[in-house]
Design a protein. Structure first.
Ligand SMILES: Nc1ncnc2c1ncn2[C@@H]1O[C@H](COP(=O)(O)OP(=O)(O)OP(=O)(O)O)[C@@H](O)[C@H]1O
Ligand SMILES: [Mg+2]
Length: 253
């Protein structure tokens, strides 16, 4: 696919909300080398995220949602553009970090729920959740164990704490991955289809956990293809063919 211009470029954040953007995504392009020509999964996406937003990122399968998330978390390299994040009065361009710096920064600032869970197979559920705490050094080992149990209780998996991920279901793994993302109390939570493998009742419970986190002041970006969730976000972006096709904030102006 050739690169096209973005459908929506301008940031029209209402002037009543004077806070600085927490995340700035600026003209982000991502292309993948394929057998033939380069494939542009993102065609130049620009938007800001403000503190306290609960942002829904919606779009069809293949639209570019996971690719966009990977650009914001720095899990994958961008082709061009920039992503900067401003936490604790420190603004960083995350793609200027090296791998080690980024891992440490992300551990302290972003909780990421991956679409494919990404639990470490040789660690128990408890150890998977303790790992980010142990890497960042914010908690003593006994505190991180206690916190990991607390998080497992929140996602109703405390009884499975000592199991390896392969011995629990996909939906249970998804819930562990959500618990792990919250381990270091990050100000930003980025979740890629965090309810995609859950039944409707469990999905509603998990969505409620995110709503509580939002009410506690966290900023949340959540990918979903479930349009019915739109009213429950403070703002929605629609991604279509690698472009920002719709921003509910712009519509509200
Ligand atoms: N590593 C890759 N190499 C080549 N193409 C890729 C790669 N990763 C993603 N793509 C392509 O980029 C496009 C966007 O993929 P992406 O995973 O971001 O979609 P998505 O919106 O998250 O879809 P879903 O809802 O199914 O998770 C798709 O056409 C996909 O095939
Ligand atoms: Mg995806």
């Amino acid at each position: 696919m050739a690169r096209k211009s973005t459908l929506i470029q301008k940031d029209k954040h209402p002037s009543t909300q004077s806070s600085e953007p927490l995340i700035n995504v600026s003209d982000v392009v991502k292309s993948f080398k394929t057998a033939g020509e380069d494939f542009f999964a993102l065609n130049g996406i620009t938007f800001n995220v403000y503190p306290g937003e609960f942002l829904g990122i919606i779009g069809k399968s293949g639209a570019g949602k996971t690719t966009l998330v990977n650009m914001i978390t720095g899990v994958d390299h961008l082709t061009s553009g920039q992503v900067s994040v401003n936490t604790n009065n420190r603004k960083v361009s995350i793609h200027h970090f090296n791998e080690d710096q980024l891992a440490l920064w992300r551990g302290q600032n972003m909780g990421v729920v991956y679409q494919s869970f990404q639990l470490l197979p040789m660690l128990s559920l408890l150890e998977n959740i303790m790992l980010p705490m142990d890497l960042c050094g914010n908690y003593s080992p006994s505190q991180s164990r206690e916190k990991a149990y607390e998080l497992l209780r929140m996602v109703e998996l405390e009884d499975h704490a000592k199991k390896l991920p392969k011995f629990i279901s996909g939906g249970q793994q998804q819930r562990v991955s959500i618990a792990r993302a919250l381990a270091n109390d990050p100000p930003i939570i980025i979740a890629d289809e965090p309810t995609g493998s859950l039944d409707s009742i469990t999905a509603d419970h998990v969505f409620g956990v995110f709503e509580t986190l939002k009410n506690q002041g966290r900023t949340i970006l959540m990918v979903t293809h479930d349009k019915s969730l739109s009213p429950r976000f403070t703002r929605t972006l629609v991604i279509q063919d690698g472009e920002l096709a719709h921003d509910s904030q712009t519509e509200a102006m």
